[in-house]
Design a protein around this ligand. Structure first.
Ligand code: C2E
Ligand code: CA
Ligand code: CA
Ligand code: CA
Length: 274
């Protein structure tokens, strides 16, 4: 900006202006979508590979586009975080997931759901009380709700993470470490793994993609998970060859397009809960 007369400022960087305008309009899009109930939760089955049985589902956020289609636009989660709406959206996701679990449990269906938590949600200490209240309000049975926590610099402080996760786990919530095996945070976190209250390790798609040929990293991760006594879920399984390799390597559970992409709840129910 350069001064131009008394109270006038002239901006000379149209690219920066345009970027700011785009960000503001994206943020108001998110707000509008919230107000107009244009968020939905889709479900992707988690499958026991040997039997093909659906043993759970991951809850994934979708937003209705102006075209009417449902999608999770690239970077939407990050934008929701950066404009300060992650707590609101995250609470909605959690509450809807609990409502779904309660509705199923009413019908005698005990299928567990896995819900993604952003590091931002995890790092709010009063989240614990809120989540515990949610669990008791919906009478969620122990073991039927898994929270997926992503490795991140923000949960690099294992003591803070443990303080949050421990009481939830004591209340019967299972904890999954999402996207496991990526980056520096992963290596750091390994040292603290024994103190982290984690039940499930989700092997990132990155390590599944190269299977069966390129399997040295997947093998290392599987050995590690086994030595820590963690259940494993392979992410992004797309081929029969991958399924076979994983099954032989002792991985029991998976998600991926080989079985099903995420689908709307009604379609999930029609397909798997009849
Ligand atoms: P994620 O937790 O790692 O979720 C798995 C992603 O992989 C999903 O993308 C899913 O649709 C996709 N996927 C599953 N199987 C396959 C496959 O075989 N091939 C390929 N190419 N992709 C597969 P999605 O739904 O676009 O979600 C992207 C990310 O956004 C998620 O990654 C998660 O980190 C985040 N996310 C989604 N919903 C929520 C939410 O409710 N809360 C939070 N905090 N994050 C969410
Ligand atoms: Ca996840
Ligand atoms: Ca993941
Ligand atoms: Ca991922």
């Amino acid at each position: 900006a350069r001064r131009k007369g008394r109270n006038q400022i002239a901006f000379y960087d149209p690219a920066q202006m345009e970027a700011a305008r785009r960000r503001l309009s994206e943020e108001s899009d998110i707000l509008t979508a919230l107000e107009e109930h244009r968020f939905a939760l889709w479900l992707q089955p988690q499958v026991e590979m040997r039997s093909g049985r659906v043993v759970g589902a991951e809850v994934l956020l979708r937003m209705q586009q102006p075209s009417g289609e449902w999608a999770l636009p690239e970077g939407l989660i990050e934008r929701i975080e950066s404009c300060g709406l992650m707590i609101a959206v995250g609470n909605w996701v959690l509450e809807e997931s609990c409502r779904q679990l309660a509705a199923w449990q009413e019908r005698g269906i005990m299928l567990p759901l896995s819900v993604n938590l952003s590091a931002l949600q995890l790092m709010h200490p009063n989240r614990v009380t809120e989540m515990l209240a949610l669990l008791s309000r919906y009478r969620i049975r122990p073991g039927t709700l898994t929270l997926e926590v992503t490795e991140s610099r923000r949960i690099d402080d294992p003591h803070a993470a443990v303080a949050i996760l421990r009481p939830l786990r004591n209340a019967g919530v299972r904890i999954a470490l999402d996207d496991f095996g990526m980056g520096y945070a992963g290596l750091r976190q390994l040292q603290h793994m024994k103190s982290l209250p984690v039940d499930v390790l989700k092997i990132d798609k990155m390590f599944i993609d190269g299977l069966p040929e390129d399997n040295s990293l997947a093998t290392a991760i599987i050995q590690l998970a086994r030595s820590l006594n963690l259940q494993m879920v392979a992410e992004g399984v797309e081929s029969e060859a991958q399924r076979q390799w994983l099954t032989q390597a002792g991985v029991e559970l998976a998600q991926g397009f080989l079985f099903s992409p995420p689908v709307p709840t009604e379609r999930f129910e029609a397909r798997y809960l009849q």
